[in-house]
Design a protein around this ligand. Structure first.
Ligand SMILES: [Zn+2]
Length: 159
């Protein structure tokens, strides 16, 4: 492949990831978690959004990503306790999203070279997947239902 073509693809990838990270941050700030655990736009609590997870809505089974949306929303609103209660490694994924901003912007400034080697990038990806799956296995193993616990503790706190 021509060096120019490689740069162009790399640049495009950086822009795509910046767009995805921006979307996640904006949605985390704009959305809210209702007392019943459902997600709604901020200030429009009546407008309950449908659950995002197919595994949970179709089979009633949690997947490794269940609770991440709510965990991000809690974190974006400064409630890290509730964030961890909803998803133990949500903060880690949120950090990975935030890290996209300096990394991708630097990548756009130096598009003619790879800033972080492929083994490191792939290793980091596998690390995040391992954290998600490890957390999920722990939930299955201990029979903990963190999602229900998370929302229930809110309702109890609210009386
Ligand atoms: Zn899920």
């Amino acid at each position: 492949m021509e060096p120019f073509e490689v740069d162009r693809r790399r640049r495009r990838r950086h822009w795509e990831m910046l767009a995805v990270a921006s979307f996640v941050v904006v949605m985390s700030l704009v959305l809210q978690v209702r007392h019943d655990g459902h997600v709604a736009p901020g200030g429009l609590a009546w407008l309950r959004l449908p659950p995002l997870c197919l595994s949970r809505s179709m089979f009633g089974v949690q997947c490794p990503g269940c609770g991440l949306t709510r965990s991000f929303i809690h974190l974006a609103h400064g409630d890290w306790r509730q964030s961890i209660a909803t998803h133990r490694v949500g903060w880690l994924l949120a950090l990975a999203v935030l890290a996209q901003f300096p990394y991708r912007i630097a990548g756009l400034c130096f598009a003619h070279r790879e800033l972080i080697g492929r083994p490191v990038r792939e290793g980091f990806g596998y690390f995040l997947i391992a954290a998600l799956v490890g957390n999920w296995l722990f939930n299955v193993w201990t029979g903990a239902d963190w999602l229900i616990k998370g929302s229930r503790s809110v309702s109890l706190a609210e009386g």
